[in-house]
Design a binder for this molecule. Structure first.
Ligand SMILES: Cc1cc2nc3c(=O)[nH]c(=O)nc-3n(C[C@H](O)[C@H](O)[C@H](O)COP(=O)(O)O)c2cc1C
Length: 210
């Protein structure tokens, strides 16, 4: 059996860099994907600080923090109560191309590394790991303690792709959105999702007299 090719789970877990998750969902929707969105309680607080949307939370219409149409929000983005551990993706039987946690806090990294699934996001990721399905984790913290590093190593050993939120600068990004899109492109490539970014390195240009 092959998983539904155009269905994906996106988790956003408590770290700075909510723009990464925001741009990821917008891009997936634009590319025609069905997105199952899991936003942790802490993420709303970070979003308030970073996106400047006062009072943003689980009941805020998606179109207030995502640049997508109302129709796309209704048809393509499915949201869940983070406490609802009886939701479909709390089971290994849920089918999707993969799960991307972007951004991911060190607390959620620790939860995943120890199998401590106390909310729907960590339970879903636990299922992707146990079923050996693609899980992409985009951690954001600095500096990293030995505990963080060990937890990330454990996750990598368990099969997750660890993609630190470290955008490259060789494409001369001009805006914060350019930086975020670099990371979005990276995770889409890992899951072999066709995209329309043109951010690949094209080789160096001659310098000086050459
Ligand atoms: C404004 C703000 C920024 C934060 N940034 C980070 C971060 O970059 N990395 C991190 O690991 N935690 C960060 N945290 C702390 C997490 O939100 C906190 O550990 C929370 O318990 C994570 O829970 P969750 O993973 O279930 O969302 C931040 C918190 C706030 C309020």
């Amino acid at each position: 059996m092959t998983p539904d090719p155009k269905r994906i789970v996106v988790g956003m877990a408590g770290a700075s860099g909510t723009i990464y998750g925001q741009r990821l969902v917008e891009k997936l929707v634009g590319l025609g994907w069905e997105v199952h969105l899991l936003v942790s309680a802490s993420t709303w607080k970070v979003m308030q600080a970073e996106l400047g949307i006062r009072g943003v939370g689980p009941s805020t219409p998606l179109t207030e923090w995502l640049s997508i149409s109302e129709e796309a929000a209704r048809l393509q983005v499915h949201t869940y109560n983070i406490r609802d551990i009886a939701a479909p993706m709390a089971s290994g039987t849920f089918r999707a191309r993969g799960m991307i946690i972007m951004p991911c806090s060190m607390k959620t990294v620790a939860a995943l590394a120890t199998g401590y699934s106390d909310n729907l996001l960590s339970r879903c990721a636990d299922c992707f790991l146990k079923e050996r399905r693609p899980l992409v984790v985009v951690p954001r913290e600095t500096p990293l303690s030995l505990i963080h590093l060990r937890n990330l190593t454990t996750l990598s050993e368990a099969g997750a792709h660890i993609v630190p939120a470290m955008p490259g600068f060789y494409n001369n990004p001009r805006t914060i959105e350019d930086l975020a899109d670099f990371m979005v492109m990276k995770v889409l490539e890992l899951l072999q999702i066709e995209h329309d970014y043109d951010l690949a390195w094209k080789g160096s240009h001659p310098v000086g007299d050459e």
